[in-house]
Write a protein that binds this ligand. Sequence first.
Ligand code: AGP
Length: 606
Amino acid sequence: MCGIVGYVGSEQAAPILLEGLTRLEYRGYDSAGIAVLTGSGPKVAHAVGRVRDLQAALPKRLSGKVGIGHTRWATHGPATEANAHPHRSADGRIMLVHNGIIDNATALRSELEADGVQFTSDTDTEVLAHLIGRSEAPALEDRVIKALQRITGTYAVAVLDAQLPDRIVVARQGSPLIIGIGDREMFVGSDASALVRHTSQVVHLDDGELAIVTAGGYETFTADRARTSKQPEELTLRADELQLEGHDTFLHKEIHEQPTSLERMLSGRLDDRFATARLDGLGIDARELRGFRRVKAIGCGSSFYIGQLGASMIEDLARIPADAEAASEFRYRNPIVEPDTLYVAVSQSGETADTLFAVREIQRKGGRVVGLVNVVGSSIARECDGGIYLHAGPEVSVASTKVLTHMGVGFALLALLLGRVHDLSYADGARIVAGLRALPSQVQQVLDSEDEIAVVAKGLAQSPSSFFIGRVRGYAVAREGAQKLKEISYQHAEAYQASELKHGPLALISPQMPTVAIVPDDELVERNLGALHEIAARSGPVIAVTHPGVEFGDLAAERIVVPHGEVELDPIVLTIPLQLLAYHAAAALGRDIDRPRNLAKSVTVE
Ligand code: AGP
């Protein structure tokens, strides 16, 4: 999704902007641009494609110490140079980069065009550049405030004025924006990764805030010019965490980081004495926890699927009703928010607009919502009423892998805690504590069988379409497996409950339609094998992801066997081979694994 970077200081701005944009590349985008205030006036360059294409398009002389840059993920209008940011006011004085969506852009555009303004792009953003350019307020920040008052929608903006070459004015409403503090230089970014090479001290703007950023510092305020006070925070992200370290892709690196990152996440969170979990960040004591009669997970995409997995863990261990819903739907259906429901917002980035707005809707209706979030200090993490940080480290690849595993473990910890304040016995609590402790080595065992999984993946890659099936706990695993394959290999994959096959999709089973079947060694194993009989009778090839000792006979041509632990936790380990299947299928097809087409890492638009 779109990325913003800005610099004001004593160094040349262009190389710093390009470096920041390169670090934002992982978010997914289709075009990029920068604007620099030089001694001979503002210079703006745009390019379709990668940051290296922008670098090639830069003017020869680009000497200036103030600038802004942007990577664009097309929403209004295709990926063209004309639509790439920065956008300019008609007189060229104002330059602007914007993340988010201006909902009333069409009406404002008609109004401006009727007034003689000629637009040069199809974007919603250009409206804002013209509104600021036409404002008669004396100070840049007042012009920005006046223009923003005319728009509805979401934004993070960074604005340059050619006549005020010492500053960047920034504003935030619904899209993240941070200010990086340097020594007589300041940075602006939509994402900490854009700033991490230069500073570890940052300030997060809140919704409704603006700031004037100069080389000497920053001043934050609201739209009515009331000063706000901000406490700088230490970035937890390190620049060396954003290196490939010998892997061919970030996805491969992130899959292999899991044993270590899981150890880190579990450290200090398992309580052997009381056979429970320590989750102080939730900020909910045992008595309050007992009062919750229901749990509802909300998230988008894969985070929603892991929410579904988490709900089944909570029902298994705590025996209270739990379910999951796509945050993107939840917020639009006037949801009934119950006071005795614990809502759990699930998000890697902590910036997904649909999830963030669902959190606000729950809070507006008086509900209690905690976050299961990876990015420290992100909007969802800050706005929730407590939570569990996932501590997976940065995830660069657009497709999520390690963070999803951490989400599964986060739900297991929450289920254990809720279980122990309800009716989960000490013995069962101790069994889950031991099971969680064993997870990193079980994940490592799956990773050790990567070569065999790669062979199976090469076969799967040849099929333009496949089914992923699972039952109860295995269904969420199947959904996530199908999602991963689709995202990075572009092969069609559809997840189904194994029990539902005979109610329709069986019609599609043929020798050309493989099925990846999740068959854990649990109380449903015979039922799962029954579904495989239905597939075998129609000559459908089966890849079984299973546990040692499950007897398939001729039912599955391929088997991927993973270690068997505690049944409630097994779905977490069962997702790991599906990550490797998707990775190797995508590699066999020569896909751009870390930056799949059309997708963005952090979906900050609705
Ligand atoms: C996962 O591989 C996807 N890229 C996507 O479904 C993602 O999980 C979803 O957009 C939610 O993102 P979040 O966890 O950052 O909120």
